[in-house]
Design a binder for this molecule. Structure first.
Ligand SMILES: O=C(O)CCC(=O)C(=O)O
Length: 364
């Protein structure tokens, strides 16, 4: 567009042109919804942590509520020190339980998430391209780190050109670093966003026991105008995801909505490094709260919160508790490597009910 005729001086015309450019840039500026704005805040180099709710420090949005039943499972360790839950102002349905695990119990869960739980028939993001051995990746990593002369490689799946190229580049250590998730129980297909209901794979018993204990403990609790009315007897741990985060990894805002049962609570436990966890509402226009989740913390998404947007914009470096560090898992190579691995890792273990009720599983 030409400058209007009344702008005769070169300077006036230049100013007019610049104004046109600025206005066009403003028109094209993407709208950042409140969720995206906070995500960007926490992804920036040194974000202010002022408004973050730490489950282990008093906060005016954290309201203590007694558990309906005490946690009793051995999965939490010999003595469960914390039997308090909190609800969070402005987030109906969210129940948090600050770390009820003993250090030993956390170490046991972490070791299993990296070894036994991450083996076939459970699948990981690598399964699309590679034939993961029965042992899983961990023993290959240990062999590589021990300096063993011949380290078994992970063969690509046939006809997978991408995998062939990747395989020629990836050592077991690199493959383990790139292992972002493992699915437990009924296997979830990320491409189709559906569960494979044909393969009745069981969630590991310790994981199931932990989830059932938590769902029982929070039955009927609430406040601020809402109550978790889900009956614990209806709950069964039918599927789960283990998410593995290295320091720069993030998880975008999303809603978990592939389960046929969206009424049952989703139980989610954190291990290793702390993170910033954002939890909003039914759309990304609801301003989220930012929680700091530390090792052992459990959050439960019940009721409305089960359908809320959530994500992990930041892993907090240097936050590994000493009881999970390099000497904590024992002085054998395997133990040393577990501690070393956790120095740069957060693990999230979440458990879901897939079917509408436990009885529907038994129908022929
Ligand atoms: O890492 C977390 O705490 C959240 C994981 C999550 O949202 C998911 O697996 O859907």
């Amino acid at each position: 567009m030409e400058p209007p005729a009344h702008l005769t001086s070169r300077r006036q015309r230049k100013i007019w042109e610049q104004q046109q450019k600025d206005n066009a840039a403003k028109r094209h500026k993407p709208h950042h919804d409140p969720f995206r704005t906070l995500e960007r805040h926490f992804k920036a180099p040194h974000p202010s942590m002022e408004d973050v709710i730490d489950l282990h420090a008093p906060h005016d949005k954290l309201i203590a509520v007694p558990l309906a039943h005490p946690l009793t499972s051995d999965v939490f360790g010999p003595q469960i020190t914390s039997q308090t839950a909190y609800i969070v102002k402005d987030i109906p349905g969210l129940i948090v339980i600050p770390n009820p695990f003993s250090p030993e119990a956390q170490r046991a869960m972490i070791a299993q998430c990296l070894t036994d739980f991450a083996r076939p028939p459970n699948t990981s993001n690598h399964d699309a391209f590679f034939k993961i051995p029965e042992t899983g990746l961990w023993p290959l990593y240990v062999a590589e780190q021990s300096g063993a002369k011949s380290i078994p490689t992970v063969p690509p799946k046939e006809k997978s050109q991408g995998a062939f190229l990747a395989n020629s580049l990836l050592s077991p250590t690199d493959m383990l670093r790139k292992q972002r998730w493992v699915t437990l129980g009924y296997q979830y297909h990320w491409g189709t966003k559906e569960y494979d209901l044909e393969r009745d794979i069981k969630v590991p018993s310790t994981v199931g026991e932990m989830a059932v204990d938590v769902v029982t403990a929070i039955q009927g609790i609430g406040g601020e105008g809402w109550t978790n009315s889900y009956q614990a007897n209806d709950f069964a741990a039918e599927a789960g995801v283990i998410n593995y985060y290295q320091i720069k990894d993030t998880l975008m805002a999303h809603v978990d909505k592939s389960e046929l049962n969206m009424e049952a609570p989703l139980v989610s436990a954190s291990f290793g490094l702390s993170c910033i966890y954002l939890l909003g509402g039914p759309t990304k226009e609801t301003p989220p709260v930012a929680l700091r989740l530390s090792s052992g913390d459990i959050i439960v998404m019940t009721g409305a919160c089960r359908k809320a947007y959530h994500g992990v914009p930041r892993i907090l470096e240097g936050t590994l508790p000493d009881y999970l560090g390099s000497d904590a898992f024992g002085d054998q190579l395997d133990g040393e490597l577990l501690g070393k691995w956790m120095n740069s890792t957060r693990i999230n273990l979440n458990i879901r009910k897939v079917f509408p009720s436990s009885t529907s599983l038994e129908t022929p």
